[in-house]
Design a protein around this ligand. Structure first.
Ligand code: 13P
Length: 251
C-alpha cells in the first residue's frame, strides 16, 4: 500500500502571522485527517516556526529547494544538513519554477536529489512538460528525460526513499487542471518507467499530481489508480481549501 500524501507548496507567499493562522487551522483539522500524510513547504525563514507550530500533530515540514553543495562559500544557499538540523523531513527538488526561472538543469536537480537524501531528507522530485511540449506529443519524452537524469545519477535504489510529483507546467497556477485521465496516463507511464529498473520500487513510490488542484477537482484526481495525492500551490494558501483537498482522500 502506498501512502496518500497531500502537500502544500506555499511558494513565496504569506507572512509570519498568516502562516501561523494557517498552521493553527491545520493543527485543528489534523486528527480527522490522520489517514493522509500532510506536508507543508513554507519559505526558509518560516521553517522553524512552522515546525514548532506543528509539533506532535503529524504534519511534516519541508523546504522548497536545497543547495546541491554540502557547505562552503555559497552565499544565499541552504544545505540539506541545515534543513535536517531544523527538523525538515522533505524538500522539493526540480520544481518547474526553479527549472525555468532559475535555470536549474536536470543534472543540477539530480545533484540536489542526492544531497537531500544523503542528509536524510526525502526529496520530492517534480517533473512535467510545457504546453508546447504536450502539443508536440513530447510529454513522455520530457518527463522521462527528467526522471532518467536522476535515476542515472543516484540509481533506482534511491527511489525507495523519495516522492515524485507530476506537475504539467501548463496547469501550474493557471486554473487549467489536467483531466484525471490525462494525469493518470502520465503517472502510469512514470511508474512503468521506474518498473523497467525495479518493479517493487515502482509499486512503492508515491506519485503526486500538481497543477491547479482545488477542492472541486481533488477527489476525481485522487481516485485514479496511480495518483497518490497532490502537490498543491495556490489552494494550499487557504487553510479551508487545503483541508477540503485533504478530505478528498478516501479513508
Ligand atoms: P498551483 O496549485 O497553484 O497550480 O501550483 C502547483 C504547484 O506548482 C505546486 O508545486
Amino acid at each position: 500500500m502506498r501512502p496518500t500524501i497531500v502537500a502544500g507548496n506555499w511558494k513565496m507567499h504569506g507572512s509570519f502571522a498568516e502562516n501561523l493562522d494557517r498552521l493553527t487551522a491545520l493543527v485543528a483539522a489534523a486528527p480527522a485527517l490522520a489517514h493522509v500524510q500532510m506536508i507543508v513547504f513554507p519559505t526558509f525563514p518560516y521553517l522553524v516556526s512552522a515546525r514548532s507550530a506543528l509539533a506532535g500533530c503529524g504534519i511534516e515540514v519541508g523546504a522548497q529547494t536545497v543547495s546541491e553543495y554540502a557547505q562552503g562559500a555559497y552565499t544565499g544557499e541552504v544545505s540539506a544538513q541545515m534543513l535536517r538540523d531544523v527538523q525538515c523531513s522533505h524538500v522539493i527538488v526540480g520544481h518547474s519554477e526553479r527549472r525555468s526561472l532559475f535555470a536549474e538543469s536536470n543534472a543540477q536537480v539530480a545533484a540536489k536529489f542526492m544531497a537531500a537524501q544523503q542528509a536524510g531528507l526525502v526529496p520530492v522530485l517534480c517533473v512535467g512538460e510545457s504546453l508546447t511540449e504536450r502539443e508536440n506529443g513530447a510529454t513522455e519524452a520530457v518527463v522521462f528525460a527528467q526522471l532518467d537524469a536522476v535515476i542515472e545519477a543516484v540509481g533506482i535504489g534511491a527511489f525507495a526513499r523519495c516522492i515524485i510529483a507530476y506537475e504539467p507546467v501548463w496547469a501550474i497556477g493557471t486554473g487549467l487542471t489536467a483531466t484525471p485521465e490525462q494525469a493518470q496516463a502520465v503517472h502510469s507511464a512514470i511508474r512503468q518507467r521506474l518498473a523497467k529498473h525495479s518493479e517493487s520500487i515502482a509499486q512503492r513510490v508515491a506519485i503526486l499530481y500538481g497543477g491547479s488542484v482545488k477542492p472541486d477537482n481533488a477527489s476525481a484526481l485522487f481516485a485514479q489508480a496511480d495518483i497518490d495525492g497532490g502537490l498543491v500551490g495556490g489552494a494550499s494558501l487557504q487553510a479551508q481549501d487545503f483541508i477540503q483537498i485533504c478530505s478528498a482522500v478516501e479513508k
